[in-house]
Design a protein around this ligand. Sequence first.
Ligand SMILES: Nc1ncnc2c1ncn2[C@@H]1O[C@H](COP(=O)(O)OP(=O)(O)OP(=O)(O)O)[C@@H](O)[C@H]1O
Ligand SMILES: [Mg+2]
Length: 350
Amino acid sequence: MARPTPHYPLFDRLFRHSVAVDLGTANTLIYTDNGGIVLNEPSVVAFQKEPAAGQKRVAAVGTEARQLLGRAPRNVEAVRPMRHGVIANFSAAEQMIRQFVDMARPRPLFSRRAAFTVCVPAGATEVERRAIKEAAVAAGAWKVSLIGESLASAFGAGLPVSEAIGSMVVDIGGGTTEVGVISLGGLAYSGSIRVGGDSFDMAIVSYVRNLYGVLLGEQTAEHVKKGIGSAVRDVPVEHMNATGRSVDDGLPRTVQLSNHDIADAIEGPLRQVIGAVKRALETAPAELVTDIAHSGIVLTGGGALLGNLSRRLTNELGLDVRVADEPLTCAVRGAGAAVAAGLLDDCAYE
Ligand SMILES: Nc1ncnc2c1ncn2[C@@H]1O[C@H](COP(=O)(O)OP(=O)(O)OP(=O)(O)O)[C@@H](O)[C@H]1O
Ligand SMILES: [Mg+2]
């Protein structure tokens, strides 16, 4: 069905352009049709508390704000406004997006009012979708469309999305894992669980506390996960030191962790990810699953970089599993490409 032609002021028609935004739990990326990826920053904003006025002012955003997580002085508060792919703190999210749009905007006047296409998890509720749209409008968008994150990731990973062949993409982000089966430019199946890289970090924190009596910060846990994290145990042992606080005496203590420790620690959330993929294979239309048996599964999102993940999934599912090129940027590049190519139908494009 053809979409009605919208009526916009002449200025907008002359200067409008489209911007794709991946407003992720861990990272926010902005892609423009003429500049490619123009912003790639952690989804963190820090506020300076001004007790006199009882107000908060943005002190830092992105990488700079991330460095303040868990380290901020008393008058500064660092916040991650996104949780499980949706807005958890509206005013912080709005201010963060506004700052990011300002940072990404090369020509303030002409690019001021762009049409935004924002990636959302399939599991986002109506209220959560509306909040994302409102935050984007507040940041200067004249129109906001949403695209399912797994569909965007499939485009970005170069899968044959428009063909009558089933493809499966599994996007493992910081807060969600999205499983999508795509055919003929749309999602034939989509599943979303609120488990992702953050869950792995938290699992490492609780494992080290229980086994070694040391409380690690989440960023330290993430650092170890990226360094020696493994989804399987049958690999040569590697070690990495991590420093936290002893639960006995509260003093700093360093523990030596192995990749086997990390594999044990993350087994719970990893099983949930594997379960979500198995559910998709059981539930998606049989013909498409037959296609996937031939073409395999593609992993995107930062979680796809976990050591030996594709091997683990191949072992569990008996299917070919590979990691996409540049998995961290697939969703935003795909959202931009899908819009530019006019490939989205009304079901996928709200
Ligand atoms: N080398 C690595 N090994 C393991 N995990 C990694 C690696 N690099 C990044 N990650 C994890 O990837 C996650 C971030 O991925 P990504 O940027 O795709 O998430 P997001 O899009 O912000 O989140 P979501 O899609 O859930 O809203 C983090 O949890 C991070 O720890
Ligand atoms: Mg993501």
